[in-house]
Design a protein around this ligand. Structure first.
Ligand SMILES: Cc1cc2nc3c(=O)[nH]c(=O)nc-3n(C[C@H](O)[C@H](O)[C@H](O)COP(=O)(O)OP(=O)(O)OC[C@H]3O[C@@H](n4cnc5c(N)ncnc54)[C@H](O)[C@@H]3O)c2cc1C
Length: 389
């Protein structure tokens, strides 16, 4: 089953793009990471630079002003940035998943109204699915939308919404028929812009993934025009909200790859300068065993990421490949960050060194875009389907 139109990129353009991103990372991103992470400050200037780089239009079609990048190119960009600082990749990824729901399922009028401003980064988006009592079990959400003339009236609370404070527009999952059986048939997805009735409840304080805002969003008699129901038909919301998950999981895999490679890079450098018993610790076999495993893990994660992204770019169904990549790369990120912490010894625990951030940030990758428990179930179910007796 085809899930996305096949996309290709000119190799020269791709090489130029990677070069531009690499230079930006070295010149502008690296110097500001620790300050923003330690103080949990929204990276205004970084966001402005990412807008200039076109990252907010990375996967949006060129007809809407985006770059229309294939998943392979996009994943490579994400991994490059995440190998230095993972958090900013979450800002444009949440935005792009919101834009994808509109591009894939929206009416022509909705695409024309929202996508050009999202592709330019003038409007930043987010995905609002999770509620205080429903994360994995999305069909258990309680937020309702009731039709009232040319509007819908929405009530309920979302939580953990990335870009919740600084974003402008959200793909909002609600129940238009709370009694529907099966439950997913009563769900709809709205384009929710900030207007009266929509307020940020609170900013959630987190272990890692600092600087990007995760917020509770409260909707109280929030009135949204009926033409902001994505696709214009009720009951499609669950399919629309989960329709972007393959690309979302490839993105989380790419973030995992970046974290795994970044932790490896830091550990490799440190192991060659830190000396004990008269030689660099890299010459001790115990450290080499760790590095050997870390390199292998990072490489395997990258290959799984590319395997999933290539399948996606060919327009193939790739929930199994994306699930494997997301699961493996995020676990690789956690393991590599932990092993790097051990290689750094006592200094790993100091905020003067960067490695502790990799450890804090990596843990999130096992949760977002479907927990790793769920990924294993998705992989197994798809595997059994593809291999019937
Ligand atoms: C920093 C951060 C940013 C986030 N950003 C967003 C965002 O932008 N938008 C958004 O909508 N959400 C966002 N989320 C929410 C995230 O998607 C959810 O936390 C995630 O889906 C898990 O849901 P939950 O936390 O409710 O866990 P639960 O669903 O309560 O799960 C708890 C545990 O039970 C396991 N479990 C649940 N059901 C099963 C099952 N059937 N079989 C086996 N195991 C099961 C889970 O794997 C997990 O280990 C974010 C979360 C975090 C931490």
């Amino acid at each position: 089953m085809a899930t996305a139109p096949a996309r290709k990129v000119d190799p020269d353009f791709e090489a130029q793009l990677f070069d531009t991103i690499d230079k930006w990372i070295e010149r502008d991103l690296k110097p500001v990471v620790m300050h923003h992470d330690h103080h949990d400050i929204w990276p205004e200037e970084t966001v402005r630079q990412m807008t200039e780089l076109g990252l907010f239009g990375a996967t949006i079609g060129q007809e809407w002003g985006g770059l229309g990048l294939p998943a392979t190119t996009y994943a490579n960009i994400v991994a490059r940035i995440a190998s230095v600082w993972m958090a900013p990749t979450g800002i444009f990824n949440s935005h792009l998943i919101c834009a994808m729901a509109i591009e894939k399922f929206g009416t022509p009028a909705q695409k024309a109204k929202w996508l050009p401003r999202m592709a330019s980064g003038e409007l930043r988006g987010g995905l609002a699915l999770t509620e205080p009592d429903a994360g994995t079990d999305l069909q258990g959400i309680r937020m309702t939308a009731r039709r009232d003339g040319d509007e819908y009236v929405i009530n309920g609370t979302k939580t953990w919404i990335s870009n919740g404070i600084h974003g402008h527009v959200f793909a909002l999952l609600v129940k238009t028929d709370p009694e529907a059986d099966p439950r997913w048939k009563g769900m709809s997805l709205f384009i929710a812009d900030k207007r009266p009735g929509f307020r940020v409840g609170k900013k959630i304080e987190k272990l890692g993934y600092k600087a990007i805002d995760s917020a509770e969003l409260v909707f109280e008699d929030y009135r949204v025009p009926a033409d902001q129901l994505i696709g214009g038909v009720e009951g499609q919301g669950f399919i629309q909200a989960t329709g972007g998950l393959e690309l979302g999981r490839i993105n989380v895999a790419a973030r995992g790859v970046g974290l795994a490679e970044g932790a490896l890079r830091l550990a490799t450098q440190y192991a060659q300068v830190r000396r004990t018993f008269g030689k660099p610790i890299a010459e001790h076999q115990a450290i080499q065993l760790k590095l050997g495993e870390m390199v292998t893990r990072a490489r395997a994660a990258r290959l799984l990421m590319l395997d999933a992204a290539e399948a996606y770019d060919r327009g193939e169904r790739c929930d199994m490949e994306a699930g494997m990549a997301k699961f493996f790369a995020s676990e690789a990120a956690v393991r590599n960050a932990e092993e790097a912490m051990r290689i750094f010894g006592g200094y790993s625990y100091s905020k003067e060194f960067e490695i502790e951030r990799f450890y804090r940030d990596a843990l999130l990758m096992c949760i977002g875009e479907g927990t790793n428990e769920m990924q294993r179930l998705i992989v197994a179910r798809q595997w059994l389907k593809r291999n019937p007796v």
